[in-house]
Structure formats: structure tokens, C-alpha cells
Design a protein around this ligand. Sequence first.
Ligand code: BEZ
Length: 188
Amino acid sequence: MLDTTLANRQRNHLLDRDSVWLFGYGSILYKTGFDCLEQRTASLHGWVRRFWQGSHDHRGTPDAPGRVVTLVREPAARCLGLAFRIRPETLAALDVREKNGYLREAVALELGDGGRADAVTYIAPPGNGAWLGPASEPEIARQIATATGPSGPNRDYLLDLAASLRALGADDPHVFALERTLLALPGR
Ligand code: BEZ
């Protein structure tokens, strides 16, 4: 199975600092699982959240992958999420959690109070070994409705993410349309 843990250990952006901002836009919005020093809403200009990454290890299996979010470049877009100020050593566990295709990237965040911060996030790039890419909303929703993996049903991932984004006040037509489509599927 694709494993980016070792590649990420070489990607030492910002790790010479006492603390580092981590940008979260996916499962981390409802399941952190690490200690953080501070948390703020934040946004990333030029990127959108998309259910275009396959999940072989959390919300699906290699034979029946789920779909999870990654960030995709879109110049006029803005992705709303959360910034967590963490100790750099916390990233080692996140490298393992995000090992199915995600790479650590340095990004420039806008914080909720209007400030700016250099940050690290994890992005699964197009063409990685678990990449699925775009598909129609019904197709993505059907895949999410049926996939399940060691971290639980893919359905819960989508519904928990949508609830977290609503609580943040995020406008995310892609995620909310998938939520509506999934909930309208027969038997759901
Ligand atoms: C996320 O789900 O957004 C995420 C998870 C781990 C590290 C960074 C971001």
C-alpha cells in the first residue's frame, strides 16, 4: 500500500521553530487526536476541498477504496478550516495518519482575526497512488455510502465533515451537495 511516511520525514518545512501552525480542512476538523497549544479559524487562498482522494487505510480498503478530501488548486477559491498551533514533534504521528498519499506542504494562512501565518498542511497531489480524481456527485456519493474501513464508514466521514463545516460557517458547495445526495440515496 502507498505509504508517504518516510517521504514526509524529509519534508522539514518550518520545523526549526518551537511551535508550528497546522492547517486542517478534513477529518481533523472533527477528530484531532493530538495536543495543541492554540486553535483558530483560518483560510487558505487558492485551494478548494475535494473528495478526490481514495482511502485504502481509513475509510475504505485497497479493493474497495473510500473517498476522502484533499486540496486542489483553484486560483480564485478560498478553503476555510482550522489552524492548530502544535509542537513540531506532533507531526510524526500525523505523517502516519496521513500516509496514504498525503505530503506535508508549507502554505500561507489567513487567520480568523485577519493575521497571517506560515503553516504546514497535508495535501494528496493529483496522480498519487491512491488518487481517484473527479467524478459526478451521484457517483461520489454512492461510493461514500458503501465504503468502509478501519476508521469506520465513509458515510460518517462525509456527514461529520459537513457538520463541522456548518459549525464553522463555511460555504462549501461540493461537500454540502454530496451530503444532500448521499442522504437522498434509497435506504440511507
Ligand atoms: C486534515 O484532515 O485536514 C488534516 C489531517 C492531518 C494533518 C493535517 C490536516
